[in-house]
Design a protein around this ligand. Structure first.
Ligand code: ZN
Length: 266
């Protein structure tokens, strides 16, 4: 731990950065002791440009050292360098996992954090556990120049997004796409195509993005996860998620396509 490296130090979802006239930067230190902080956990999470990257978590009562501040990670999107931001997302995911895996899930024995290990080995039974990653699909459904967007009950009012849901055991990703869209909106889809993916460590997801085309059905919301769903015209969208999310990338792709081709199908 005495080689200098980038330190991604979190308090909840907030990252400790230098606060240099509105420009946030991640500390590069020989060890966290230089900041006179007392982390709950410290982990080696990888490397970046020949330097090590460490993750640490501070207790909620911790105060920021001088000239530093805690910033919500999502708010640092577009502020931190892209690679630094990606490493910060990874750091948060691993910290979350380390916190919830303090005991062996097979025998219940206390397990120590594997400082430089991808997983943790139980000293009592030898069971090795690895960071949990929960795959979820997110899908933009098109119908000509209209897009299917839903408003989740947990969203702030007027915010609409594409449909998403977690993968269950035994399902292919295409099956999840069909099931989630059907369950949440009553719509059948076809022509499912991979779009891209995004790690989302709030707390441990991997979002796998798709596009799909309307194949049939009328909108019928489930009323639980989704409280409203509508077909929106490409030129007349409601409030949509921020730039950080793959949801927004999907919607931007749709807008771009229809602004170029004047509503033509792909
Ligand atoms: Zn065990």
């Amino acid at each position: 731990m005495d080689k200098p490296g980038w330190w991604f130090i979190f308090k909840g979802h907030r990252l400790l950065t230098y606060d240099d006239h509105g420009k946030a930067s991640v500390p590069f230190l020989r060890n966290a002791g230089a900041l006179e902080i007392s982390p709950l956990r410290m982990l080696l999470i990888g490397g970046f440009n020949d330097a090590r990257c460490y993750a640490a978590e501070l207790p909620e009562t911790a105060e920021a050292p001088q000239n530093m501040a805690f910033n919500g990670l999502r708010g640092l999107f577009g502020v931190l360098d892209e690679n630094m931001f990606a490493m910060a997302m990874k750091a948060l995911g691993i910290i979350n996992w380390d916190r919830i895996s303090q005991f062996c899930s097979q025998c219940g024995a206390k397990i120590e954090s594997g400082f430089d290990m991808p997983g943790k080995e139980c000293p009592a039974c030898g069971f090795i556990s690895f960071p949990r990653i929960s795959p979820a699909v997110i899908v933009l459904v098109e119908r000509g120049n209209r897009v299917l967007l839903g408003r989740a009950g947990r969203f702030k009012e007027d915010l609409y997004s594409v449909i998403a849901g977690f993968v269950e055991h035994g399902e292919t990703l295409e099956e999840v796409v069909r099931r989630e869209v059907k369950e949440e909106t009553g719509i059948d889809v076809e022509d499912i195509r991979y779009f891209g993916s995004q790690p989302w460590p709030f707390p441990d997801s991997l979002m796998i993005g798709f596009t799909a085309r309307y194949a049939g059905g009328e909108i019928k919301i489930d009323g639980e996860e989704i409280v409203d769903a509508q077909w929106f015209d490409a030129g007349n969208l409601p409030e949509i998620p921020g730039k950080i999310s793959i949801a927004r990338s999907l919607i931007d792709w749709f807008i771009e396509k229809h602004s170029k081709k004047g509503g033509a199908d792909r």
